[in-house]
Design a binder for this molecule. Structure first.
Ligand code: SF4
Ligand code: SF4
Length: 421
């Protein structure tokens, strides 16, 4: 057995914890998870059935943890997992899973298949079977600070533009501020209007905040590729910056996986609790709304709908907050079919959109979002994840659809009431 295959199998064995073992034991092969996964519903190809994507890991579990599996392996009736098999499964584990969590919601015996895919990726990456795009993004994140290689100089250019546009200064390295804001690469590179939006909102609401020169990047490629070690290193950068600046809260930006990495996986990854709390930007805006500090004026009469980012809504529980905010400024807001917890993924999360090999597939399965949008006939599609936003733009363009895509934070910023003196 080659060394990398050995490492991969060993890593898969190490990933088989009590929940994974229980999930494999209790699976009743009902196939309900297939109809929850857009990669299956939009292709009708049975290989995209969520639980099938884990077949090599299931065999590793059987052969190492079950009496019959061990016996069958001894009798040669159950073949060892091979390198060729892992190579064959790589596109199933990476290209056709966005870690959206929809399959886990419908499984009648409560199997968290998404958790298992995340675990399987640990074995895949250890055996060298991860997509090039994700490997390169992870390497850039470790060496340069972020998957796009953005530096503090890029941020400082945005700070200057924000000052010109708003007259306000983005605070940097302000020790003792209440909130530390981190941003995703996609926001910084593709949707830089976020800088003036948050700066104006925090000025309007009187929030004490800062950014950190040594911890501004929230994207966690380690989570996407499936490497807990790398994910921990990236989380640690933010934790150290937050501790250095002695903030009470870290604000997770409009990026779904950044939120999952920082809020839900982070303390386990680094092996200790945080001395601060993590809040999603949309949660914070809604808290400020509820406290009467976020006040808007004027309405946008455009007919619009909201795309629920999977990590923020289904996996993260931030469901009502975006709707509370939309109701402040959008009287013609309508829900798309299956909105909220059961909404369908954009098709580009979980590292899929960073993996060029998956481009054709992710655009194909956008047919699900297209059908949802066709049902509501809106002019504007609002969302609160920069990765979703890029995928939605790609999908709309691919399908020659006319809708514009808007970030929720920016929509709110466009309607801020004057600052009270
Ligand atoms: S997490 Fe989402 S994309 Fe992945 S297998 Fe489940 S339903 Fe499909
Ligand atoms: S829905 Fe659950 S029990 Fe049914 S096949 Fe999928 S994982 Fe197994």
């Amino acid at each position: 057995m080659g060394t990398s295959l050995q490492r991969g199998i060993q890593s898969l064995i190490e990933q088989i914890d009590a929940p994974v073992a229980t999930f494999f034991t209790t699976c009743v092969h009902c196939g309900l998870c297939a109809d929850a996964c857009l990669f299956y519903t939009e292709t009708q190809d049975p290989k995209y059935t969520p639980i099938y994507k884990l077949a090599p890991m299931r065999r590793v579990w059987q052969q190492n943890f079950t009496f019959w599996g061990k016996l069958m392996a001894k009798l040669g009736l159950s073949k060892p997992v091979t390198d060729a098999e892992l190579a064959e499964w790589e596109p199933l584990v990476y290209d056709s899973c966005t870690l959206c969590g929809r399959c886990s919601m419908v499984c009648p015996v409560g199997n968290d298949i998404t958790y298992m895919v995340r675990k399987m990726r640990e074995g895949m990456v250890a055996s060298g079977h991860a997509p090039d795009g994700l490997k390169e993004a992870t390497q850039r994140a470790i060496e340069l600070g972020g998957p796009m290689g953005l530096t503090i100089k890029t941020l400082q250019a945005h700070f200057r533009h924000t000052k010109q546009e708003t007259g306000l200064t983005v605070p940097l390295d302000q020790e003792g501020a209440d909130y530390l804001l981190v941003l995703s690469s996609a926001e910084i590179a593709d949707f830089s209007e976020i800088f003036s939006a948050v700066t104006r909102i925090f000025h309007h609401t009187g929030v004490s905040w800062t950014m950190a020169s040594d911890g501004f990047e929230a994207t966690n490629s380690g989570i996407q590729i499936g490497s807990s070690d790398l994910a921990a290193e990236l989380v640690n950068r933010i934790v150290k910056a937050a501790e250095r600046l002695k903030v009470k809260y870290v604000i997770s930006p409009e990026c779904g996986h950044a939120y999952t990495a920082l809020r839900w996986e982070g303390p386990n990854l680094i092996g200790r609790p945080y001395p601060f709390k993590v809040v999603h930007i949309i949660e914070l805006l809604d808290q400020l709304r509820a406290a009467g500090r976020l006040r808007t004026e004027g309405m946008d009469e455009t007919r619009m709908t909201f795309h629920d980012p999977c990590q923020m809504v289904r996996r993260g529980g931030v469901i009502n907050q975006p709707r509370n905010l939309l109701n402040m400024v959008a009287p013609n807001f309508v829900e798309m079919p299956e909105a909220g917890m059961q909404n369908w993924c954009c098709g580009g999360g979980g590292g899929v959109s960073a993996n060029a090999r998956a481009d054709e597939l992710r655009l194909k399965v956008f047919s699900k979002k297209k059908a949802q949008l066709d049902a509501v006939n809106v002019k504007t599609l609002v969302t609160s994840c920069s990765n979703c936003r890029n995928m939605l733009l790609d999908g709309l363009e691919h399908n020659h659809m006319p809708q514009e895509v808007v970030g929720l934070t920016e929509l709110i910023a466009a309607h801020l009431a004057p600052v009270e003196k």
